[in-house]
Design a protein around this ligand. Structure first.
Ligand SMILES: [Zn+2]
Length: 487
């Protein structure tokens, strides 16, 4: 296992970070009712008595949400177990029931881990199901709660299924926290549980952070920073908070366990409230829902259906192209590229070529890849692998193959590219040979250096239609013919 160099908040100090990632599950309907789970609807249109918490309404469990939770648990190497819902009681205006249905002492997933690209392993304590709350919109005062004139409530989000994934306090610096969230997001997207859109709130992060002198084994008082909704905010807030805490210790001041907020504009964290203890929430079992007890066959079925996850992709690519840089590797194992790279390598395309075309041409087309399915991509690369078209032509062909559904072979003709048309290629070389008889004579006489000049002339005129490799072959064939004719 490789170790990465961690950066402490100050000399002699290190961070201790644990993250709680709330991910909205990509179900069609909400967790306990049939309302659509959609983003960006008109406020208070996707609501019903259940998600409004009206008296007498009863929750009904969403099987799809349980299924997604199981897939995520398996992908995070966790134990999937029989679990129980609890009521977490607290008052907040965006939560009409005054309690949130969540999981407490028996979460659906427990004791997993996630391996980072660096090779470091971060423990996953639990990943449990719960319902989302509604959303407060503050009007006036730049949308800030403390200066707003009034607030509005949108209950569309109320009851949307969330999976809260809680890491162990194993993360050792802000950049590693970013690496963890990036990897977790890739896993959530790969198993189909989330769309991973942080900017739409599909992934929201709370961070628990403390600092300690390097070498100290115990944990010190921690602070929870709420709602870090971008990777940039996450890194900046943790960095700020680490420095603040070291300062407090070095000034001999007391550290208070509290919940803080991150102010992106002013680049600081501020106190929100004293940290609640679990007993403040008066958890008790949800009487309207039976325990969730997925059967062993279902769990095993889901295990066999798991897609190739980022860590496995990383392993495969390290075997195929060990010299690839970490940046390129991460680009290629991303969901947008991986099926293309996989199909190409499986079809016998030169791996380095497949990697280059994925990292450059394919990513340039994103996010709209059009009609360029992996099979078409492989077809184009096979033409290049055979040397029938040159790199500049292949780049054009890939772009065209994304917007024009014409079969690849016909597209080559349509673009005026001469793929493996040996006669045409020969004619092009002959034309140059006639124009430069002296150079041609020297080449036939064994002066290999002139080949570059002759080919350069061919490419200057016809480079858009033919490949360099094809022209070189035509030149060799013509020279062979000339020599055997002279004998
Ligand atoms: Zn509803």
């Amino acid at each position: 296992m490789t170790q990465r160099a961690t950066a402490g908040p100050a000399k002699g100090w290190e961070y201790v970070i644990g993250l709680e990632v709330h991910t909205e599950l990509k179900t069609r309907s909400k967790l306990f009712c049939g309302c659509p789970n959609a983003f960006g609807e008109e406020p208070n249109t996707s609501i019903c008595p259940v998600c409004l918490g009206l008296p007498g309404s009863l929750p009904v469990m969403n099987a799809q949400a349980v299924d997604f939770a199981i897939r995520v648990g398996l992908a995070l190497n966790a134990t999937v177990q029989r679990s129980q819902f609890h009521r977490k009681n607290y008052f907040y205006p965006d939560m009409p029931k005054d309690y949130q249905i969540s999981q407490y002492d028996v979460p659906i997933n427990a004791n997993g881990y996630l391996e980072l690209p660096s090779g470091r392993v971060i423990g996953i304590e639990r990943a449990h199901l719960e319902e989302d709350t509604g959303k407060l919109v503050h009007r006036g005062g730049h949308g800030r709660i403390e200066s707003a004139a009034y607030s509005l409530i949108d209950y569309n989000r109320s009851g949307v299924p969330l999976l809260e994934i809680v890491s162990a306090p194993d993360i050792r610096d802000p950049e590693e926290a970013k690496e963890y969230v990036t990897e977790l997001r890739a896993i959530l997207v790969a198993v189909g549980a989330s769309d991973g859109r942080m900017e739409e709130g599909s992934l929201r992060v709370d961070a628990n952070v403390s600092v300690r002198p390097i070498g100290e084994a115990t944990f010190r008082t921690r602070v929870e920073i709420k709602n870090l909704n971008s990777l940039r905010s996450l890194v900046r807030a943790l960095t700020f908070e680490g420095h603040r805490q070291v300062q407090l210790y070095e000034n001999g001041e007391a550290m208070i366990q509290q919940t803080r907020f991150w102010d992106e504009e002013r680049s600081l964290t501020g106190a929100l409230r004293l940290k609640e203890e679990a007993n403040d929430y008066r958890y008790f079992p949800e009487p309207d829902l039976p325990p969730v007890a997925p059967d062993v066959e279902l769990i095993e079925e889901r295990r066999t259906e798991l897609p190739e996850l980022p860590s496995a992709r990383r392993g495969s690519i390290a075997m195929i192209l060990p010299e690839l840089s970490a940046d390129l590797r991460e680009t290629i194992i991303a969901d947008a590229c991986w099926p293309y790279f996989r199909s190409a390598v499986d079809a016998g395309i030169t791996p380095a070529r497949a990697a280059a075309r994925c990292a450059n041409e394919l990513t340039a087309l994103l996010p709209d890849i059009g009609v360029l399915a992996p099979e078409r991509f492989v077809e184009v690369l096979a033409i290049e692998d055979r040397g029938d078209l040159g790199a500049s032509q292949v780049k054009i062909l890939l772009r065209e193959a994304a917007s024009d559904p014409t079969p690849v072979k016909e597209l080559v003709t349509k673009l005026g590219f001469t793929a493996r048309d040996e006669d045409a290629m020969k004619a092009m070389v002959e034309e140059v040979v006639i124009r430069f008889p002296d150079e041609w004579g020297r080449y036939l006489g064994g002066d290999e250096k002139v080949a570059g000049f002759l080919l350069g002339q061919v490419m200057r005129q016809h480079g858009r239609q033919i490949s360099g490799a094809g022209a070189r072959q035509a030149l060799l064939a013509l020279a062979d013919e000339a020599r055997s004719g002279a004998e």
